[in-house]
Design a protein around this ligand. Structure first.
Ligand code: HEC
Length: 152
């Protein structure tokens, strides 16, 4: 009997939380601070960033269908918020030169080590698994990237 009540309580909670959707990170506006506006990003590199990084590191996330289900959407939203806090390609131009240079080095480091994109992401987004050519393209770009006129 107790088990049954517990199950019903859980079910009711699951139903109730469906009425509290997470806010969505979706903007189609290309800000003046967008990375593509402050430095040259070759097409192949931009393609990698869009497919493998933008969902968490830009102002525009392409959501999967299960983002309509709670608590999944909250969990995804937290990842996006956290990812953007650390690095946001949409507002890259607003970073100080020092911060931008640090982030650029961070991108090379994370991609080289294979720590980004996150494994929890590539498990589902198989097209975000980077091959050696893609990794090398990103790493080479980080070496050549000139952010807001500051070479490093
Ligand atoms: C599923 C979401 C997600 C994806 C996709 C993702 N990241 Fe991240 N990234 C995060 C989160 C969350 C953090 C902060 C916590 C951490 O470091 O694990 C982070 C941190 C970082 C940092 C550290 C920033 C700092 O504080 O210096 C860099 C650099 C980075 N990511 C680069 C990338 C690159 C490049 C890609 C694509 C190849 C990528 N990330 C894809 C979620 C993501």
């Amino acid at each position: 009997m107790k088990k049954k009540i517990a199950l019903i309580v859980i079910l009711v909670i699951l139903i109730i939380i469906q009425f509290f959707p997470a806010s969505k990170n979706q903007s189609t506006e290309l800000l003046a601070s967008d990375i593509t506006k402050v430095t040259t990003v070759p097409d192949d590199v931009l393609q990698v960033l869009k497919v493998a990084c933008y969902d968490c590191h830009s102002n525009n996330t392409v959501y999967p269908w299960y983002n309509n289900i709670q608590p999944v959407a909250w969990w995804l939203n937290r990842h996006v918020e956290e990812g953007k806090e650390h690095l946001n390609f949409s507002s890259f131009g607003a970073y100080t030169a020092e911060k931008a240079a640090k982030k650029i080095r961070g991108i090379a480091r994370e991609v080289e080590k294979g720590d980004m994109p996150l494994t929890s992401y590539t498990l589902i987004h198989r097209n975000a698994v980077l091959n050696e050519t893609q990794k090398q393209a990103v790493i080479n770009w980080t070496k050549s990237a000139v952010i807001a006129g500051v070479a490093h």
